[in-house]
Design a protein around this ligand. Structure first.
Ligand code: FAD
Ligand code: NAG
Ligand code: NAG
Ligand code: NAG
Ligand code: NAG
Length: 489
């Protein structure tokens, strides 16, 4: 029945008749405050926010609910019409999955859900899932000088970030963003509104912490917070070695450094490779004296420029990270790009030979663009304290995440560039070991992985996720091209 309706609707849509009259429209319009269909200005306002310009899409409708109850109405109407649903929070999905990707979903724009409150007894904060990270930082700071872990781009949404991972400079100390979540309010596929925590609806809680897009729409988060870190030192070393072997040696030194057992969790570090240069950057959460005693400059000699800036105020530091993202990645600006990721564990770091092979490759291959980055992000620490089966986020043993990224300013990313990134990812497959399953970060969705995506994102947790999916969303209401599906029989 649902299947018939979906087919029926898409035939109508194909004939351009869907906005004239449709069961979806008839259901949604009386049910919620604001809904828009193709051709409406409000539809365009959301549908044009494609972060990845390489991926086209046509949502069935765009809704702007003002409460969890209205989100539930949207889900009810969409499910009745046999349509998929996706929520959009910050809209920074690499596959435009907040807009449903290419699946023609009913889109739930969460921009009106930005409630905030702080319990000054427990220091737990309640945060609406449409709140962007920049506002999360500010609200937590303004309400008791509190903080939590999250990534560095202020325009990213809590809705997509807290539910997928949320790796940032403080994660080695506090965990991923999702490790802060103690409770959620969600709308389920049968349009009921429930709360979930470790003790109440634990399966839903498990799924939402790392794979929410296929299970529910979170309307609000309750998060544990930490006192704002005090003094911090933001450091940057840049290198312009032209010699391939010298570049490889520097990389090997950095990799060995971050792999040192017992290295302080107060140190965040990222190594970024670009067409012309290498950067080692990060933040040390402590005093200038403590930072100086690490003697980082001696660990990585030969920098052509080095800086260390002391920050006393947390919001200032977070703002400054955001400015770096804007400089390095184009920040919040949509573009034509492709990106891949992979995890390295302490056991699967690159051997010296592999490092040299990688630099040989990088210095010789045709990349099809000069605008590319390979970012090696040191994580580990508190993220690794959590057992890998406790939340859907599975890659607890990752010590370093590689994110490679290439942009084409002039149009669609070329096949040459895609091949460059794919080959780079293969080269970094530690020891070419076939017994190490490929681990990718769901926060950097890679649409080209197709149906191999879920296994790479959720690893060993996928079978449990598939069972939960079958129980709470058997008709795949919450869907994007790579969300968890019910296992094939
Ligand atoms: C410039 C830039 C910098 C980044 N930096 C970092 C970083 O430092 N660390 C890091 O870990 N990641 C980083 N990311 C990745 C980012 O965390 C993910 O892309 C994230 O999923 C984006 O969330 P969003 O809400 O902005 O995106 P959206 O496109 O709105 O959502 C992404 C996915 O989450 C789903 N979703 C959104 N809200 C909800 C909800 N309330 N309930 C259920 N599902 C929901 C959507 O349906 C979609 O499938 C960065 C991305 C960009 C573009
Ligand atoms: C804060 O949390 C405590 C402990 O759960 C609870 O008793 C109290 O009512 C909460 N305060 C507010 C203002 O919600
Ligand atoms: C050195 O780095 C600092 C901080 O990144 C920057 O402000 C400065 O312009 C750089 N100097 C040179 C010579 O590149
Ligand atoms: C990995 O595979 C590549 C290409 O297949 C090969 O050139 C390289 O030598 C292999 N590396 C190791 C360590 O086996
Ligand atoms: C909705 O789904 C949940 C999860 O499967 C279930 O526990 C609940 O009973 C359902 N509610 C209704 C009204 O069917």
């Amino acid at each position: 029945m649902a299947r018939f309706t979906l087919l029926h609707l898409s035939l109508l849509a194909g004939a351009g008749l869907v906005s004239a009259a449709s069961p979806l429209k008839d259901c949604l319009e009386p049910a919620i405050s604001k809904v828009a269909f193709e051709g409406d200005i409000l539809y365009q306002a959301t549908a044009v926010k494609r972060y990845n310009l390489d991926i086209d899409l046509t949502p069935a409708a765009v809704t702007y609910p003002e409460s969890a109850a209205e989100v539930a109405e949207v889900v009810r109407c969409a499910a009745q019409s046999g349509l998929h649903v996706q929520a959009i929070s910050g809209g920074h999905s690499y596959g435009n999955y907040g807009l449903g990707g290419s699946s023609g979903a009913v889109v739930v724009n969460l921009e009106n859900l930005q409630q905030f409150s702080m319990n000054t007894t427990t220091w737990q904060a309640t945060i609406g899932s449409g709140t962007l990270l920049g506002d999360v930082t500010k609200q937590l700071s303004d309400n008791g000088g509190r903080a939590m872990s999250h990534g560095t781009c202020p325009q990213v949404g809590s809705g997509g970030h807290f539910t997928i991972g949320g790796l940032g400079p403080t994660s080695r100390q506090f965990g991923a963003a999702l490790d802060h979540i103690v409770e959620v309010e969600v709308v389920l596929a049968n349009s009921s509104i429930v709360r979930a925590s470790a003790t109440h609806n634990p399966d839903i809680f498990f799924a939402v912490k790392g794979a929410a897009s296929g299970f529910a729409i979170v309307t609000e988060f309750v998060v544990r917070t930490e006192p704002e870190p005090g003094s911090a030192v933001k450091y940057s070393y840049s290198f312009d070695f032209s010699d391939t072997a010298a570049r490889a040696d520097l990389f090997a030194k950095w990799q060995a450094y971050v792999a040192r057992p017992g290295l302080t969790r107060k140190l965040a570090s990222t190594l970024t490779l670009l067409e012309h240069g290498i950067f080692i950057t990060g933040t040390f959460f402590g005093t200038q004296e403590e930072y100086d005693s690490l003697k980082i400059g001696d660990e990585f000699p030969g920098a052509n420029n080095a800086s260390a800036v002391v920050f006393k105020d947390w919001v200032g530091l977070v703002t400054s990270w955001g400015e770096d993202v804007a400089l390095e990645l184009g920040g919040a600006i949509p573009s034509h790009f492709y990106s891949k990721s992979r995890a390295f564990t302490a056991e699967s770091l690159l051997s010296n030979d592999e490092v040299h092979a990688m630099f040989q490759y990088l210095d010789n291959v045709n990349k099809g663009t000069l605008l590319w980055f390979a970012i090696f992000d040191f994580q580990g620490g508190a993220i690794n304290d959590v057992p890998s089966h406790e939340t859907a986020y599975a890659h607890r043993d990752a010590l370093v995440w590689l994110q490679s990224y290439a942009i084409n300013l002039f149009g669609e990313v070329s096949g040459t560039t895609v091949e460059f990134l794919e080959r780079l990812n293969e080269l970094t497959l530690a020891g070419n070991a076939t017994d190490v399953p490929y681990a990718a970060y769901a926060g950097y969705v890679d649409p080209r992985l197709g149906q191999d995506g879920p296994a790479a994102y959720w690893g060993d947790n996928l079978p449990r996720l598939q069972r939960i999916k079958k129980e709470i969303d058997p008709n795949d209401v919450f869907h994007n091209p790579q969300s968890v599906k019910v296992a094939a029989a």
